[in-house]
Design a protein around this ligand. Structure first.
Ligand SMILES: [Zn+2]
Length: 515
């Protein structure tokens, strides 16, 4: 049984799909006016992992991330650069998709709807809200009348009294200060569309109510986003959708923790300052962090770190916790990931099998069968697999799951050591069990979107090859020095290499090295 923490009920609930066997996930995406930051990758990586895990559990999952291509920030950026808004959108959408592709997320997303492609639907939805008495027009703007929706505040767990004063400006056009805009009348030189209320453009919140309904239906399964979106954005989505349809917008509201840099609370990248009218209270923190290194363009970060390392970093704690961001922290987590890479190499040497081609089970039932079909099984394999699945079943606790992957890795390495598999040539049975164990490791890794393909070598191929040859030569010289009982030379080679960061490991099969 999979359990999901629901912001709406503030508790973990058993996951039940709206339609048996199918799951719809909607994640609030970026406003494409600047290059992506690592903050933009947090939600996509987390919800991609949730999709993978649900798929592994037999569900057909539709995953939607919207692209906000009409917005105050975009208009400001286009004006500042003196280019059309559409050019900014094209450039930054391409940047975003490129980064998602690097993170192994893009292919998992089924739809990237854009606001500009849904203007007619937005106008119709807005008109419906007016007709039903939940919204009103005022001097070319249309506002949602918060007072008319009695459940307003149920997602963020606040009362209207607590919200008073957070609504901000434009009060003269609104009936109450916390009413929010569905449609904004056009200012001079702004992109605009014709509507029953004159030229204008949609507000921010309405786009998600409309696009999620178009692609996933009136009630869908999971709505995701960062914790900073609970209020006002998601609260307003609930109000719009439920007022319009008279039924729950979605069954599970899932919110990921925000990224914090250098101990500052706030977020790195992600959605930046909203206008006061839309009630964003994160702007100060965001500005602080945007000056820190975490706000570097994600494309630049990818020059420094492999995407899989960043993915591993983002999944190494539970998604609802804040993520402590620093380059040092990513490096540290990356070292852990490298122990898996080293195992893959060691494994290939022993068995002749490429770890990344092992035929791992792609769903849970198949995986269960594989485990029970192999007897005697690899020691503790079933137990570790069960533990991993328990963590993931418990609100997708990827951090706990990764901890189990490390445990399993230790057991596999110990198995190789204990039975001297690197030297034994004849023990085919033990090799077969090792292959089985490694296949399960890969099966579990794949549910997190890890171990898809071998890691890229760090430096360019030519210098890499040369370094390998030079170290190989030194290892040979050291071996012959030891043979000649010239231990001073042998030790010097070992110690000096250590100073350069190269560690030699003497194994029964020969000397291994790592940087
Ligand atoms: Zn949204």
């Amino acid at each position: 049984m999979i359990r999901v923490y629901n912001t709406l009920s503030k508790s973990k609930e058993e996951f039940k799909a709206v339609n048996p066997g199918e799951v719809g996930i909607y994640l609030c995406g970026p406003t494409v006016y600047k290059p992506s930051h690592i903050g933009h990758m947090v939600g996509p990586v987390i919800f991609d992992t949730i999709k993978r895990y649900l798929t592994y559990n037999g569900y057909r999952v539709k995953f939607v991330i919207n692209i906000t291509d009409v917005d105050d920030k975009l208009i400001a950026e286009a004006n500042a650069r003196n280019i059309p808004m559409s050019s900014v959108v094209a450039e930054m959408t391409a940047d975003y998709l490129r980064n998602l592709e690097a993170m192994n997320v893009k292919n998992s997303v089924d739809y990237f709807p854009k606001v500009s492609e849904h203007i007619d639907n937005i106008i119709k939805f807005t008109q419906d809200l007016i007709d039903k008495g939940f919204a009103y027009e005022s001097e070319g703007d249309v506002y949602f009348n918060v007072g008319k929706f009695s459940e307003y505040g149920k997602l963020s767990h606040r009362s209207l009294e607590q919200m008073t004063g957070e609504g901000g400006g434009m009060a003269d056009r609104k009936q109450t200060p916390f009413d929010f805009s569905l449609w904004k009348s056009a200012k001079p030189n702004e992109p605009s569309w014709d509507s029953p209320w004159g030229k204008g453009r949609p507000g921010w919140h309405i786009e998600c109510s409309v696009m999620s309904r178009e692609l996933l239906g009136e009630t869908f399964d999971i709505h995701g986003g960062g914790l900073d979106l609970v209020f006002p954005h998601h609260e307003n989505e609930v109000a719009q959708s439920e007022a319009r349809h008279g039924k729950p917008m979605c069954h599970y509201w899932m919110h990921n923790g925000l990224m914090q840099a250098s101990g500052e609370i706030g977020k790195v990248g992600g959605r930046k300052t909203r206008t006061a009218e839309e009630g964003n209270i994160e702007s100060q923190e965001t500005d602080k962090i945007s000056k820190s290194k975490g706000a570097n363009a994600f494309g630049d970060m990818l020059k420094q770190f492999e995407p899989e390392t960043i993915r591993f970093f983002l999944l190494s704690s539970h998604y609802r916790r804040p993520i402590d961001f620093s380059f040092e922290r990513i490096e540290e987590v990356g070292k852990g990931l490298e122990t898996f890479y080293r195992f893959a190499k060691r494994f290939e040497k022993i068995t002749g099998h490429n770890f990344y081609h092992l035929p791992a089970a792609i769903n849970r039932i198949e995986g269960d069968q594989t485990i029970s079909n192999v007897t005697p099984s690899f020691p503790e394999l079933a137990e570790y697999r069960t533990k991993f699945l328990e963590w993931m079943d418990d609100d997708f606790n990827t951090g706990g799951g990764i901890g189990v992957l490390f445990d399993l890795l230790r057991v596999l390495n110990k198995y190789i050591d204990d039975y001297k598999l690197e030297t034994a040539t004849g023990d085919v049975n033990r090799q077969a069990l090792l292959i089985h164990g490694a296949t399960v490791l890969r099966e579990l890794g794949l549910t997190l979107g890890l171990f898809y393909e071998p890691p890229k070598e760090k430096t360019n191929a030519v210098s890499n090859e040369l370094v390998g040859k030079l170290i190989g030569l030194l290892i040979e010289l050291r071996a012959s020095a030891r043979k000649n009982k010239d231990f001073a030379t042998a030790d010097k080679i070992r110690n000096d290499l250590a100073v350069f960061g190269v560690t030699l490991e003497d194994r029964p099969s020969g000397t291994e090295w790592k940087i």
